[in-house]
Design a protein around this ligand. Structure first.
Ligand code: IPD
Ligand code: CA
Ligand code: CA
Length: 260
C-alpha cells in the first residue's frame, strides 16, 4: 500500500513539476497577494494544485486532501499538498521552489515526497525505509559542532515576531558558521536531510509546508522538534531540525538571551 501511495505521489509531483517548469520559463502568469506583500499566490499554484488533487483522488478517493489553496477540514489521515512551496521565489524567477506532498496516517508521518522541478531533485521517504534523493539513499551531515554548521531559517509572514526572528538569527550568526534563507521550507528540510545544511529552524508555517519534509528528515536520521525542543506538531507550524550531534546545541544557542 505505501509503495503504491508513494508512486502515485511521485507521479503527481512530476506532472505538477513539468507545468511549473513551463510557466517558470515564460514568467507569464497572474500573481495575487494573500496575507501580506510577501505572501503570494499565482494562477499556476492553483492549476498545479488541481492536477495534484486529480491524480491523488483518482487513485485514492477515500483519503482526504489538505491543500494550501483550498478550504480544508482537519483529518487524522490525509495527503498534505503544497502545490508550489516557494511561490515568491517562483514569481521572481529565483529557481528554488518545490512541489511537496506528505501522507500522514492517524496523525503519524508516513510518506514524504518533495520535488524541485528545475534541478530535477526528487526527495522521498517512507516511514521505516530510509530517505532518498533520486533513488540514492541520503542521510544527515556528520558535523559535530555548531561553530562548523551551515544553518537555514525563514521569515514568518506575520511580522509581529520580527524582533524575535532577528534575535534568533543574531544568536545563530554568533554561534554557527553561517545562516541562509532559501524560501522553500520543504526544500530546506530536504537539504538538512541530505546533509547539505546542518540545521534549519522556522516558525509560522502551515501543515503543507512541513508534512513531507518531516518524513524525509526523520528517515535521513535528523532530530526534529518544535521550537521549544518539544515534540514536533504539524498543527503548530514551528520546527527545529538538525543532525543529532548538534540539535541540542542549536536549540540552546537559538534561545540564548531569548527575550520571550
Ligand atoms: C512559504 C515558504 C517559505 C516560508 C513561508 C512559507 P509558500 O511557502 O515555505 O520558505 O518562509 O513561511 O509560507 O507560501 O511559498 O508556499
Ligand atoms: Ca509553502
Ligand atoms: Ca504554496
Amino acid at each position: 500500500m505505501y509503495i503504491r501511495l508513494k508512486d502515485t505521489m511521485i507521479r503527481a509531483v512530476e506532472e505538477a513539476g513539468a507545468i511549473l517548469r513551463d510557466y517558470f520559463s515564460t514568467r507569464d502568469f497572474k500573481i495575487t497577494q494573500k496575507s501580506m506583500n510577501a505572501d503570494l499566490v499565482t494562477e499556476v499554484d492553483k492549476k498545479v494544485q488541481d492536477i495534484v488533487i486529480g491524480i491523488l483522488s483518482g487513485e485514492f478517493p477515500d483519503i482526504s486532501i489538505v491543500a494550501e489553496e483550498k478550504e480544508n477540514k482537519k483529518e487524522a489521515t490525509a495527503f498534505y499538498v503544497d502545490p508550489l512551496d516557494g511561490t515568491l521565489n517562483f514569481a521572481h524567477g529565483f529557481p528554488v521552489f518545490s512541489v511537496s506532498i506528505g501522507y500522514w496516517e492517524n496523525n503519524e508521518p508516513k510518506i514524504g515526497v518533495v520535488y524541485n522541478p528545475i534541478s530535477h531533485e526528487m526527495y522521498w521517504a517512507i516511514d521505516g525505509e530510509g530517505a532518498y534523493l533520486n533513488n540514492m539513499k541520503i542521510s544527515v551531515s556528520s558535523t559535530s559542532s555548531l561553530k562548523n554548521a551551515l544553518l537555514a531559517t525563514g521569515w514568518p509572514y506575520n511580522r509581529d515576531s520580527i524582533s524575535l526572528v532577528v534575535e534568533y538569527v543574531k544568536n545563530a550568526l554568533n554561534g554557527a558558521q553561517e545562516v541562509r534563507s532559501l524560501g522553500s521550507a520543504a526544500l530546506e528540510c530536504c537539504y538538512v536531510a541530505r546533509g547539505a545544511l546542518d540545521g534549519y529552524w522556522e516558525w509560522g508555517l502551515c501543515p503543507w509546508d512541513l508534512a513531507a519534509g518531516v518524513v524525509i528528515l526523520k528517515e535521513a536520521g535528523a532530530t526534529v522538534t518544535g521550537i521549544e525542543g518539544d515534540e514536533f506538531s504539524l498543527d503548530r507550524g514551528d520546527i527545529v531540525c538538525a543532525n543529532p550531534h548538534i540539535h541540542e546545541e542549536l536549540l540552546s544557542m537559538l534561545k540564548s538571551g531569548d527575550s520571550r
